[in-house]
Design a protein around this ligand. Structure first.
Ligand SMILES: [Zn+2]
Length: 372
C-alpha cells in the first residue's frame, strides 16, 4: 500500500481528508499558510480541534488572543473564557486589586487594547478573609440560576462580608432578596469603581492539561512537515510523536521541554517584534529533529520557548536542508482585511543559538494593563 493514500496518524486508507493547518484556525488566519494535504484524515483533525480549543480558551494564549483581538472561525457569542470554563476547565481567573477594597476582583481583557474590564460579580468573604466570586453574566439582570447560587452560598454559612459589582438597581435587589431569606448585611460602602484610573497590576491563573501539550506538539509536527524537503511524516522515527499527538500516549515531558530564555533574546527588548507573532524553527542535531517555538512573542510579552522533540533517531549525516525558521506575524488590527497575519521566512542570522533548558512549568502569570 502506498503511503500517499493513508492518514499519517491513524493509517486509515483513502479516508475523508482534512486540510490540516500549522497554526490552528482558532488562533487566526495567515496569508499563504501552507497546509498538509492528503496526510491527515478528517477524524484525526477533529480530535486535534478538541486539543486546540484548550489553547484558544483556557490558557495564556487565550488571554493573548483576546488581547490582540483575534476572533475564531465563528463570531463566538458564548460567554468569554474569563467568565465561563471550557473543555472541563474552570474559567481563566484574572484578577486585580482595587484600592480600599479588601478583596481582589475578577476582570477580563478588552479585545484589541491594553485594558481590562471589571466582570460583574458578587464576592463572598468568610471570617478568615477567603474570597469566592460568583460571576454574573449581565450586571443589570441577575438570573434565577445566579440568585439561587448566591442564596445557597449565603445560607450555607460562613459568609461574613459581601461585595457586589453590579448595577445600582441590582445591588439594592441583592439586599432585599437576601433579607427575605433572613440573611442581612449592612451596606458599608457604595462607590463607583469603574472605570479604572491609572495603571493596575492584573494577575491571572489558568489550567494546562495534556491536550494543551498535544496541540503544541501538533503545531510543531505539522510545521515541520509543511516545510520539510525530505520527510513525509509517515516515517517510523515519528511514530512516538504521532501517537502522542493523536492518542495522548506517552508523557508530555518526553516530547516537550520548556525554557526560561526566549529564542530571540536581548535584555533590552529591542529585538522583540513591534506587534505579536509566533516564531517556529527547526533544530537538527545528530541526535534528532526538534522544533523550537515561541507563541505570541511581542513588544511587551516574551514567552518561554518550547522545544518539541519530533524524532530522536541518531544520524551521522547533517540534514542541512531541514534547518529553517518562520515568523507567523499578526497584523495590527487596522491592517487586517482578509487575513489576521502573514508568514515571514527567518534568515539564518536571526536563528540564534538556543540556551540550555530549565525545568520550569508555567501556571501563573503577571499581566500588566495600561491606563484607559
Ligand atoms: Zn486519521
Amino acid at each position: 500500500m502506498d503511503d500517499k493514500s493513508k492518514c499519517v496518524y491513524c493509517s486509515s486508507i483513502n479516508p475523508k481528508w482534512a486540510k490540516a493547518h500549522v497554526v490552528p484556525r482558532l488562533m487566526g488566519t495567515f496569508e499563504n499558510q501552507p497546509t498538509l494535504t492528503k496526510k491527515v484524515c478528517a477524524a484525526c483533525d477533529r480530535e486535534f480541534g478538541r486539543c486546540e480549543a484548550i489553547i484558544a480558551k483556557c490558557t495564556i494564549e487565550a488571554v493573548l488572543l483576546k488581547h490582540i483581538g483575534i476572533i475564531g472561525r465563528h463570531k463566538d457569542k458564548s460567554p468569554s473564557a474569563f467568565r465561563r470554563g471550557h473543555s472541563g476547565h474552570p474559567p481563566i481567573r484574572m484578577t486585580t486589586a482595587i484600592p480600599s477594597y479588601d478583596s481582589e476582583v475578577r476582570v477580563e481583557p478588552i479585545g484589541d487594547s491594553n485594558n481590562v474590564d471589571l466582570l460583574p460579580q458578587i464576592i463572598l468573604i468568610d471570617g478568615h478573609g477567603n474570597c469566592e466570586e460568583i460571576v454574573i453574566n449581565d450586571p443589570n439582570c441577575i438570573t434565577i440560576g445566579e440568585w439561587s447560587l448566591l442564596v445557597r452560598k449565603c445560607l450555607s454559612g460562613g459568609v461574613k462580608q459581601l461585595e457586589a459589582i453590579v448595577s445600582n438597581g441590582q445591588a439594592i435587589l441583592i439586599e432585599q432578596i437576601l433579607h427575605q431569606f433572613g440573611i442581612t448585611f449592612d451596606c458599608s460602602d457604595d462607590a463607583k469603581i469603574s472605570p479604572f484610573q491609572g495603571r493596575v497590576l492584573v494577575k491571572g491563573s489558568m489550567t494546562y492539561d495534556e491536550r494543551y501539550f498535544r496541540a503544541v506538539a501538533k503545531i510543531a509536527f505539522h510545521y515541520f512537515l509543511c516545510h520539510s524537503n525530505l520527510f513525509k511524516g509517515s516515517e517510523e522515527e515519528f511514530d512516538a510523536i504521532r501517537r502522542f499527538v493523536r492518542y495522548g500516549e506517552g508523557d508530555a515531558k518526553e516530547f516537550i521541554e520548556k525554557g526560561e530564555i526566549p529564542i530571540v533574546y536581548d535584555p533590552s527588548g529591542a529585538d522583540r517584534p513591534p506587534y505579536y507573532g509566533h516564531i517556529l524553527r527547526t533544530e537538527i542535531s545528530p541526535k534528532g529533529i526538534s522544533v523550537f517555538m515561541q507563541l505570541f512573542i511581542g513588544h511587551d510579552y516574551s514567552p518561554r520557548w518550547m522545544r518539541v522533540r519530533l524524532s530522536q533517531k541518531a544520524r551521522k549525516i547533517f540534514l542541512q536542508t531541514e534547518e529553517f525558521g518562520h515568523y507567523y506575524r499578526y497584523l495590527e488590527p487596522d491592517k487586517r482585511s482578509r487575513y489576521d497575519g502573514v508568514i515571514e521566512k527567518m534568515v539564518v542570522a536571526q536563528m540564534v543559538k538556543i540556551p540550555r533548558p530549565s525545568n520550569h512549568t508555567m501556571h501563573r502569570i503577571a499581566y500588566k494593563s495600561g491606563s484607559r
